[in-house]
Design a binder for this molecule. Sequence first.
Ligand code: NOJ
Length: 566
Amino acid sequence: MTQIQHAHGTRASDSAEPAPWWRQAVVYQIYPRSFADADGDGLGDIAGITSRADYLSALGVDAVWLSPFYPSALADGGYDVADHRDVDPRLGTLDDFDTMLAALHARGIKVVVDIVPNHCSDQHVWFQEALRAGRGSPERERFVFREGTGPGGEHPPTDWLSAFGGPAWHRVADGQWYLHHFAPEQPDLNWDHPDWREDFVRTLRFWSDRGVDGFRVDVAHMLTKDLTEPLPSQAELDAMPKDGLHRTIDRDDVHDVYAQWREVFNSYDPPRTAVAEAWVSSDRIPLYASETSLGQAFNFDLLIADFDAEQFRRVVTHNLELAGRTRSSSTWVLSNHDVVRHATRYGLPAPERRPDGEPAVKHGMEWLRSGGTDPRLDRDLGGRRARAATLFMLGLPGSSYLYQGEELGLHEVADISDGERQDPSFFRSGGEDVGRDGCRVPLPWSREGVALGFGEASPHLPQPSWMADHAVEQQSGVPGSTLELYRRALARRREWQCEEDLEWLPTGREDVLHYRRPNGWEVVTVFGDADHAVSRPVALLSSDDAVGSRVVPPQTTAWIAPSRTD
Ligand code: NOJ
């Protein structure tokens, strides 16, 4: 049986207007400190991105999303923002930013920047003022300060836990405690305070006026909180239904903030875009993706799925249906700066799953804890599956987010010594959670050199020697390389892109998926270990070398050209 899925709010044929750029964009995530280091201090920078503008253009991406590049003490890789309207001096200046923006725009590449509104850095001027001003001051009202419990208030106000491990409260010199859902250096903002509402509007305008095209909104589901006393315990919080009235997470009133932001976005021509990073149940995602809120939301379902036909199909069907409930398009992600790279995940045994289907442990965590020795990583299988999964994703209706280095087939780096680690999750969990440094290691651009072409100094995280085999220089122009596959795939995708529909075709096999887009572009993925025959020859593109044949090999995706270009 075939099944047609209409996932779109806006079909190309619905109106004469071209669809907005973001609906089916390929967005390339840059983690600026690890992309390219132009000034040779071991840390990637804005000028480094400019120097690689031609690379991004040749790759064929529609947009880049920059993880935070703002002034930061780097307690959480830049997600501890000390000033939302400046560039970290170690990464450059606002002039460098403008130069980069112009270089990317000149090549037709849009720029999306990260906005971090749940918390700021403890170095932020308002937090420093709050510390100085003392208890009961208006400056402290901008954050969440409370008295402690127990004799002398030496215990935190509640037993809440932070996402990086340990308590979610930190005590300051005068004895009060402040709330931080992430690291202690990341105080939560009080979104009931009008100052933050005004300040973020100023920030959105500041970057929009410079020409930034959109925003990725960090932990978009956490800003507003009901902190009326008495505060619940962690167990009570955990037991509360997540129905929009939860005390700290995914509250309906967060959309009042985004309604105000929407006015800002829509006051520009073209309207600025936003995508929510919202870890909420899927029935709540459409609220963030609605036209009156942020307009688009990530779904991380592919990122937590195993390389498994049934799981992939379920994820796609479900998310296209969700996107269809709004006028948004779906997003797809296989890797980002928070998870083990997908080439590595797919080369390791699939994690055990809880009864609700969620992985019992973060995929790859045990392997990371062992320093990359146990279980054994099958690099070739992981890389092969990753290429197949990527081509499967890139054929889907909606926008695809790529993470820097995946186009080089990079694996996660496991052998980072404790002394070299940077991620607060490692330190706050006492090493239990090894953290995310392994996917943030600077990119290899060339085979040789102190930093494999990343820069002229030893990089801020160590690059293992195997990275040289993945260098851009090593793969550029080499048929069959992962880099060339990505370049060809993005070029074809641009050429073949069509209405946001998908139709599943029968395959007669549980481990093979086959879908067709409205213009006849077909995508066949063999997840299992046996060849699969197709009726039309696989044209032009395959994650293996099956081009021109009628057989799709194991762990391979093949694209069959739309009939008009066959
Ligand atoms: C989500 C970001 O992706 C992650 O890197 C960061 O640590 C947290 N938000 C806190 O900002």
